[in-house]
Write a protein that binds this ligand. Structure first.
Ligand SMILES: Nc1ncnc2c1ncn2[C@@H]1O[C@H](COP(=O)(O)OP(=O)(O)OP(=O)(O)O)[C@@H](O)[C@H]1O
Ligand SMILES: [Mg+2]
Length: 401
């Protein structure tokens, strides 16, 4: 194996490790959220490059959440490193995508599928908020009109109200004391003013004290503007401007941290079913010569998630089991980046306890040169100790006894 791993610092407590009924999945989850029938399942299928989720033209098509792993794109580094290392398999780091049921006005009070799907979003680490901007009279819009900013406001307000109710319920309890009470009071004030909790910029300690609440408005948000295929292909600049302008008008958001991406879920779903030849013809019929790679959602969205969460890809191998190639949550807690010694623990307890030193080189310079042995004889490998902080794209070989 050669494996790409996103760094984490924590292991579940030994006592819980094999406890089947406890959800201790440490994968980073991306929740696809939005009004009914806006294209969430279509985008989910495009991102997972499979047709897992039913995506039909009627609201509440999705009820039970669908989940699928999505690979972290890395500009082909993993594949090239695997060839260089002569690995039989290359295992990419993944994120877990969760396709949630549509949300409607009043969801925080239990309307629509209400609380059930809110619980699903609580378990996610990032929200991918799908907004319909394409116009198609045949596709039902629950409000009967296409209104990206209005739609986003409805969803954001529901998330905010759900958090407010959740926080107030907790504050009513006598067991809520000390730092937890202080932080929740601060959050309550912020929510009452119509600002999501993430605008507070809580410290690490403050964040930890209310972590178990799984507050929805504390999660980073990426807005996915689901545009018409022609707009994406031929009017990209204009669509981008329109999306930027909409971002400026969305309420109950964090104008500084929230980010956005343009997608055309329908276009990607369509081309996913065509052969290469048919795809070329399809683009020709739309007056375009193709879709640049960086516009495909499975390239753009995970990259954005990676940047927003500050995840880093680290390569290791051989001998590391594929199951270790998981993207984990601990980065999200704002902890300092991972050190070589923590990383060794991620691979195996014995490797951590026997840690001697690490040989490190960044993948770009390794791929430029003549293989690992070549890099070593040219003196380009660094020897680092246990305190070394891993950088994005590092290739690391840990020596242990
Ligand atoms: N960019 C687009 N242009 C045109 N049609 C689209 C686009 N994206 C999605 N659609 C269509 O919208 C319809 C609804 O899509 P989908 O089922 O993915 O929505 P959803 O948000 O998952 O709905 P629900 O909340 O009911 O599960 C489908 O018929 C799909 O083909
Ligand atoms: Mg759906």
């Amino acid at each position: 194996y050669i494996t790409a791993i996103t760094a984490n610092r924590r292991q579940p407590h030994r006592q819980y490790r094999n406890w089947p009924r406890c959800n201790l999945s440490m994968k980073t989850k991306v929740g696809v959220v939005g009004l009914p029938n806006v294209g969430k399942s279509t985008l989910f299928n495009a991102l997972s490059r499979q047709s897992i989720a039913a995506a039909e033209n009627y609201p509440f098509c999705t009820i039970e959440p669908n989940t699928s792993p999505i690979a972290m794109p890395d500009d082909g580094r993993l594949e090239r490193l695997a060839v260089m290392a002569g690995s039989r398999r290359a295992v990419s780091a993944t994120l877990e995508l969760v396709d949630v049921a549509g949300l409607v006005k009043g969801a925080s009070r239990g309307e629509g599928l209400g609380n059930k799907f809110l619980a699903t979003i609580r378990e996610c680490d990032v929200i991918l908020h799908v907004i319909r901007t394409y116009v198609d009279d045949d596709i039902v819009h629950v409000h009967g009109r296409v209104d990206p900013v209005g739609d986003a406001d409805v969803v954001n307000l529901e998330l905010l109200l759900a958090d407010l109710a959740h926080v107030q319920r907790r504050l009513d309890r006598r067991t809520c004391n000390g730092i937890e009470r202080d932080v929740l009071s601060k959050v309550e004030e912020c929510l009452v003013e119509g600002r999501p909790a993430r605008t507070l910029g809580l410290s690490l300690e403050e964040g930890q004290s209310i972590k178990s609440m799984g507050l929805l408005t504390l999660k980073p948000v990426i807005y996915a503007f689901n545009v018409d295929e022609v707009d994406l292909l031929l009017d990209r600049e204009e669509s981008l401007q329109r999306a930027k302008e909409s971002m400026g008008r969305i309420q109950y958001c964090d104008p500084e941290k929230d980010s956005f991406v343009l997608v055309s879920a329908k276009l990607e779903a369509d081309i996913g079913e065509l052969s290469e030849n048919e795809t070329a013809k399809y683009f020709e019929s739309l007056g375009s010569d193709g879709l640049p790679d960086n516009l495909l959602s499975h390239n753009s969205v995970p990259k954005l998630v990676k940047d927003m969460l500050g995840l880093s890809l680290v390569y290791t191998g051989p001998g590391v089991p594929a199951s270790r190639s998981q993207t984990t949550k601990s980065h999200l807690l704002g902890q300092p980046a991972m050190r070589a010694h923590d990383f060794a623990g991620r691979l195996h307890g014995d490797i951590q306890s026997g840690f001697m030193q690490a040989e490190v080189i960044d993948s770009a310079s390794l791929l430029e040169g003549e293989g690992y042995a070549g890099a070593k004889s040219a003196g380009r490998l660094r020897t680092e100790g246990r305190e070394y902080t891993l950088q994005d794209g590092d290739v690391i070989l840990i020596k242990w006894k």
